[in-house]
Design a protein around this ligand. Structure first.
Ligand code: NDP
Ligand code: GDR
Length: 345
């Protein structure tokens, strides 16, 4: 019998990669998308899976309980991967309630749907390193105390504890993947890595003069998304449900990533000035290519993230393999290629 999986948020970065992985493994996949005024299937199209016979695209909204009940009744899944979310931390400060509704109550809807329809369904919850926020230990692991710093982080912490509560109360096989930042050429362009690689490629192609950024001092543990979705799948194949950190155990500043990306696009940058007056200058021409715009600063910042993935390595045999240099070069190359072909996606 083919295994059946629901992937919420198939139009997002992780949803697209996970659907590809599950289809490759022979699953039947029910991938959910939201009704919007314009379709948003560019990621599954770029992976070439949109017409796969075992992929069913289902209209769905996390904020609607009935929608979750219908989804599980119709798909009868063995596994549910809840990847759908308002996932942009910056936007969560402007839309705290909508973010909480989707990420917090939306998760509860799915858990309730599992409790009410079939408690044997295995459930993956997309938890996040943002829950560590103002970090209480370095590096961060599964039992590091949480201290979220954004409405996004708080909403995800609610979902994290709800998943654990349903595991303990009803015996539901619920796993929380505490994933650190993971990126790829399919990353949304509002997130800093893709914003930088897209801009470096556009500057190289003469389509942009200067890139505006916020806090360059923030440090992140960045890995490759394709490897992280494999970790999600491994969690649901384990003997017991548990929480796992997926990370690379390396941290770099946003400034370092900017430097790396522009190098991959053929520039050598010199950083000058301090704080919000800092600029990055092309050493060859003396042109300013990067400036700070205070509007990209957040009301509260997560300064430093670095994860300890040893539990996932020991229990799941999972390890991040792609280096940040390789990931960054892959993203810049994909953006240069896309621009040279005149494609927007
Ligand atoms: P994306 O922002 O790329 O994708 C989010 C998906 O959720 C999209 O398909 C989006 O649909 C969908 N969605 C948003 N709101 C709703 C809603 N109300 N109902 C149904 N679907 C909705 O995120 P990623 O793929 O990067 O991340 C996947 C998950 O992992 C998210 O939960 C994120 O918070 C979490 N996470 C991500 C990390 C990362 O570094 N990428 C790290 C840790 C956790 P639409 O296309 O219509 O907007
Ligand atoms: P993050 O990712 O908030 O870590 O959340 P993002 O790429 O948005 O920010 C990373 C860091 O870069 C700083 N920064 C900027 N960020 C953006 N987006 N735009 C800018 O111009 C800019 N300048 C500096 C930010 O302040 C921040 O410190 C991501 C999301 O995928 C979440 O869903 C996920 O849970 C976490 O990663 C782990």
């Amino acid at each position: 019998m083919k295994k059946r999986a629901v992937v919420t948020g198939i139009t997002g970065q992780d949803g697209a990669y996970l659907a590809e992985l599950l289809l490759d493994k022979g699953y039947t996949v029910y991938g959910t998308f939201r009704r919007t005024s314009s379709v948003n299937f560019w990621r599954i199209e770029s992976l070439g899976i949109q017409d796969h016979p075992e992929l069913h695209l289902v209209e769905y909204d996390l904020t609607d309980l009935g929608s979750s009940l219908t989804l599980l009744r119709d798909a009868e899944p063995d596994e549910v991967y809840n990847l759908a979310a308002q996932s942009f931390v910056g936007a969560s400060f402007n839309q705290p309630e909508a973010t909480t509704h989707t990420n917090g109550l939306g998760t509860l809807h799915l858990l309730e749907a599992i409790r009410l329809t079939d408690r044997k369904i295995k459930y993956y919850q997309a938890s996040t390193s943002e829950m560590f926020g103002k970090v209480q230990a370095i590096p961060q692991k599964e039992d590091t105390p949480f201290y979220p710093r954004s409405p996004y982080g708080v909403s995800k912490l609610f979902a994290h504890w709800m998943t654990m509560n349903y595991r303990e109360s009803y015996g539901i096989f619920g796993c929380c993947g505490i994933l650190f930042n993971h990126e790829s050429p399919l990353r949304g362009r509002e997130f800093v890595t893709r914003k930088v690689t897209d801009a470096a490629a556009r500057i190289r192609s003469g389509k942009l003069d200067v890139l505006l950024l916020g806090n360059l001092d923030a440090k992140r543990d960045w890995g490759y998304a394709k490897e992280y979705v494999d970790g999600m799948w491994r969690m649901l194949q384990a003997e017991k449900p548990d929480n796992y950190v997926l990370a690379t155990h390396r941290t770099e500043t946003v400034r370092e990533f900017v430097d790396m990306a522009f190098r991959a696009a053929g520039y050598e940058l010199r950083f000058e000035g301090m704080a919000q007056g800092e600029v990055a200058i092309d050493r060859k021409t003396g042109k300013v290519l990067v400036k700070i715009d205070p509007k990209f600063y957040r009301p509260a910042e997560v300064e430093l993230l670095i994860g300890d993935p040893s539990h996932a390595r020991k229990t799941l045999g999972w390890e991040a393999r792609t280096t940040l240099e390789q990931l960054c070069a892959m993203m810049v190359e994909a953006d240069l290629q896309r621009i040279s072909e005149g494609r927007s996606f």
